[in-house]
Design a protein around this ligand. Structure first.
Ligand code: SF4
Length: 191
């Protein structure tokens, strides 16, 4: 990937290259100036996986939370967990970004949560709205939604990737990991 080259101010501009689950987390974070634990884990580890360093990650979350939490509250309530997810606290486990199957099969979102896979966890109405907000050509929305409805969540996501990259279906790998989606969609990625 893009190890260590992404700075915290770049993140909002990169979201168009993110899979829908991560676009949704970024949008929710901007709207609420907060994300609950499941969202912080899913999004934080994804950002780590695209090459956001621990230092940049701390700056990113602090700024994103700043409408609701002052510096001191941020340091006390959230900084430890972020350092922990980078393996710098506790047992020093270096946590890996979640795969699609983990996101789809475990820890489903409750009300007020924004983590999970929208193709799996959002209602068709909400999924349609999210897709329109990405700026995707509206003609593709029914096909993507029906793949999701049939339980082909990752194929729905792969379809979205194919459309956004203007690629032929054969050129695109089936999406099995949000970070692989990014590797394939981000033009400056070495993949
Ligand atoms: Fe995210 Fe994977 Fe769902 Fe795509 S299929 S939205 S990458 S969890």
């Amino acid at each position: 990937g893009n190890n260590g080259v992404i700075n915290h101010q770049d993140i909002p501009n990169l979201t168009k290259y993110f899979p829908l689950c991560m676009q949704n987390l970024q949008k929710s974070l901007q709207m609420e100036s907060h994300l609950r634990h499941g969202g912080r884990m899913q999004y934080g580890l994804f950002l780590k996986g695209i090459g956001v360093s621990l230092e940049e990650s701390l700056l990113f979350w602090k700024k994103a939370f700043s409408k609701k939490f002052n510096d001191d509250q941020f340091q006390k309530g959230y900084a430890y967990n972020i350092r922990h997810s980078y393996g710098m606290e506790g047992k020093r486990t270096n946590y890996s970004p979640f795969s699609c199957s983990k996101i789809i099969m475990t820890n489903p979102p409750s009300t007020g949560d924004h983590h999970g896979c929208p193709f799996r966890h959002a209602s068709t109405t909400v999924l349609e709205k999210m897709l329109y907000q990405t700026g995707i050509n509206k003609n593709h929305v029914p096909e993507i939604c029906s793949l999701a409805k049939l339980g082909h969540y990752q194929l729905a996501c792969t379809k979205m990737l194919t459309i956004f990259t203007n690629a032929n279906e054969e050129e695109v790998e089936n999406v099995i990991h949000p970070n692989r989606y990014f590797d394939q969609s981000y033009p400056e990625s070495e993949y």
